[in-house]
Design a protein. Structure first.
Length: 96
């Protein structure tokens, strides 16, 4: 869900799957297999700039590093809680 219909914290949070693939042989047949998976929590963000509306998908970890007003920080904290619930807190220190 990279384009939510509502702006609730649970609906703007999505995940991007980064698959690690390997080619090889299995039982004598060439195969491509998934050997790893990293999930990156992302947030659908809307903003206005120069009187125009824009939307973007931003890694959640990068939003946590920026300066924010109190209302936006509170909203982002709710999104972080959903990410913790879905992924555990290790996503906060994972490479993005």
């Amino acid at each position: 869900n990279l384009t939510p219909a509502y702006s609730g914290p649970a609906t703007v949070l999505s995940l991007v799957a980064n698959l690690h693939l390997a080619r090889g042989n299995l039982n004598g047949k060439p195969r491509t297999m998934v050997t790893g998976l990293d999930l990156t929590p992302v947030v659908f963000m809307g903003e206005q700039q120069d009187g125009r509306d824009y939307a973007s998908i931003v890694p959640l970890a990068s939003l946590n590093d920026g300066p924010l007003d109190a209302a936006t920080r509170s909203y982002l904290d709710e999104i972080n809680r959903y990410a913790d619930l879905v992924l555990g807190e290790h996503w906060r220190t994972a490479k993005t």
